[in-house]
Design a protein around this ligand. Structure first.
Ligand code: C2E
Ligand code: CA
Ligand code: CA
Ligand code: CA
Length: 274
């Protein structure tokens, strides 16, 4: 019994070490990847639900030139958050996106911000610096943040959001519907937008439970004067339902996958997203 137990622990430890080793490898690769220019930023169009025009774009990081093979954001963002590399990585995305999207008329730009960045006391000043360097108008920039961080530090979050709004930026609550943000907090944070998470759109058909849930989320946000974007829109049926439920903006593969800036530029020149 004793040896069996020992053996089990040994196997467990080995798996743990392998995981730790892989994270350390990826940590080192993120560092060199940044230096070598292995990262890219792709852009997904966001469409006005009623006019069908492209009104905004979300910047999404990509790592196409990693020597050991492509990783998706979910596989390396979490590691970068744990190691602190999310700070340089996040600033890389912000600066690149401001330069890329700046020339595209009055298109708004949404950039994802990790909790660690938002919590960093120097972040506000860094964003202001990038806006200055790239001459990107603050009024066209939106930062997307998720619920988790807000609940852990509500007072700091509210203060930071107010400062960004005073600079002219807007702040969106990302992945709305997946967390537990109370209605009370939603009011006090001062979001101008919410983004309905794509997981809420699964099985979204007329009269379905999902459709009531989504309509409820949209009504709640609109009742608090927030603009609503639905992400993960893949079918015309979903788009029609979301439009009827009062959604302001639509984003998803139906209108365009995340793409290089040149492709987004061509799409903007063409006008609509379908
Ligand atoms: P997110 O912010 O919720 O971004 C939306 C994700 O949904 C993107 O995945 C996008 O490609 C995907 N998506 C868009 N439309 C559809 C659709 O119609 N169907 C489906 N199935 N998926 C769709 P992506 O690019 O892999 O990014 C995953 C997550 O990684 C993002 O989720 C965000 O949390 C994080 N992320 C990406 N770029 C950055 C970044 O620059 N900074 C930070 N902090 N996080 C980032
Ligand atoms: Ca997002
Ligand atoms: Ca999201
Ligand atoms: Ca997400």
């Amino acid at each position: 019994v004793k040896t069996g137990k020992k053996g089990k622990i040994a196997v467990y430890d080995a798996a743990l070490d392998r995981g730790r080793l892989r994270r350390m490898e990826i940590e080192a690769e993120i560092g060199t990847g940044l230096d070598k220019g292995e990262f890219d930023v792709f852009y997904q169009p966001v469409i006005d639900a009623h006019s069908g025009q492209i009104v905004a774009t979300e910047a999404l990081i990509r790592w196409p030139r990693r020597a050991a093979g492509v990783l998706v954001p979910q596989q390396f963002i979490e590691i970068a958050e744990a190691t602190g590399q999310i700070h340089p990585l996040g600033m890389f995305v912000l600066e690149r996106a401001c330069r890329d999207v700046g020339p595209l008329g009055d298109l708004s730009l949404s950039v994802n911000v990790s909790p660690a960045q938002f919590r960093d006391p120097g972040f506000l000043r860094q964003v202001a610096h990038v806006l200055e360097q790239t001459r990107f108008p603050a009024g066209r920039l939106q930062l997307e943040i998720t619920e988790g961080y807000l609940l852990s530090q509500p007072e700091t979050a509210i203060r930071t959001i107010r400062s960004f709004k005073a600079m002219g930026l807007s702040i969106a609550l990302d992945d709305f519907g997946t967390g537990f943000t109370s209605i009370h907090y939603l009011r006090t944070y001062g979001f101008s937008h919410v983004k309905i998470d794509k997981s809420l759109l699964v099985d979204l058909g007329p009269g379905s439970k999902a459709s009531f849930l989504v309509a409820g989320a949209i009504n709640l946000a609109r009742g608090l004067d927030m603009e609503v974007t639905a992400e993960g829109v893949e079918t015309h049926e979903q788009a029609a339902l979301l439009r009827a439920a009062g959604c302001d903006r639509l984003q998803g593969f139906l209108f365009g996958r995340p793409m290089p800036i040149a492709d987004l530029r061509a799409m903007c020149a063409q006008g609509t997203g379908d």
